[in-house]
Design a protein around this ligand. Structure first.
Ligand code: NI
Length: 187
C-alpha cells in the first residue's frame, strides 16, 4: 500500500523516534509499504517518521543506482532500532535531497565512514561498517529518526536562499508526483 509522505512542517519529522519490539503490529506489512511508497516516489531511502510513524525504522534500496555503478546492486536493507556508534574519516560534501523536502537539493557535509548496529526485518542483530555513499544514505535516514533533516546541516546563507520554498511547503503549496501530506493538511 502506498502511504502519503509527510512534508517539511509536519511536527513528526522533528520527533526523536522510539525503538520497537519484534511484535510491533503488522511490521512486515509496514516494511513492505515503506518500500512500495519509496519506489513510487523514486527514492532510495525512506524512514518511518516520513509516513507519520514515530519509530526507529528505515529502509534503503540502492538498486536504481546500479545501472550507473554495479557497486550498488542488490543493496536492499531494512534498519530497525539502529544506533550509529561511530562516525569517522574525512568530512565529505555531497548533494542531498529528501522526499519530505521535494524540490530542494543542497550540499551537506558528513563524515565518510560509520559503524552502525541495527536489527534487520527478521530481528537479527547486525554490527556493520559503511563508507562513502552507503554511509551517506544511512546517515540521511538516521537523521530522520533523530528528528533531523538535511537542511539543518546547511549554511545559514543556503538556508536563507531556500526560505521561500520552505514557506511554500508549510503553506501546502508544494506539488510533486507522489502522494504527500503537507503540514496544513487535515487528518
Ligand atoms: Ni530524507
Amino acid at each position: 500500500m502506498i502511504l502519503p509522505i509527510y512534508l517539511y512542517g509536519q511536527p513528526i519529522l522533528r520527533e526523536v523516534a522510539k525503538d520497537i519490539t519484534a511484535d510491533y503490529p503488522n511490521l512486515k506489512e509496514l516494511i513492505d509499504n515503506l518500500f512500495e511508497t519509496m519506489y513510487r516516489a523514486d527514492g532510495i531511502g525512506l524512514a518511518a517518521p516520513q509516513v507519520g510513524l514515530p519509530i526507529r525504522l528505515f529502509v534503503i534500496d540502492m538498486e536504481p543506482l546500479a545501472e550507473d555503478n554495479p557497486l550498488y546492486a542488490g543493496f536492499k536493507k531494512t534498519f530497525i532500532n539502529p544506533r550509529i556508534v561511530e562516525e569517522t574519516g574525512e568530512i565529505v560534501k555531497m548533494e542531498e535531497g529528501c522526499l519530505s523536502l521535494p524540490g530542494i537539493n543542497e550540499d551537506v557535509e558528513r563524515e565518510e565512514k560509520i559503524r552502525i548496529q541495527y536489527f534487520d526485518e527478521n530481528f537479527v542483530l547486525h554490527d556493520e561498517v559503511y563508507d562513502n555513499f552507503f554511509a551517506r544514505c544511512i546517515q540521511h535516514e538516521y537523521d530522520h529518526i533523530e528528528g533531523k533533516l538535511f537542511i539543518d546541516r546547511i549554511s545559514g546563507i543556503r538556508k536563507q536562499l531556500i526560505k521561500g520554498k520552505l514557506t511554500n511547503m508549510i503553506k501546502g503549496k508544494t506539488r510533486c508526483h507522489y502522494k504527500i501530506k503537507p503540514a496544513q493538511s487535515k487528518n
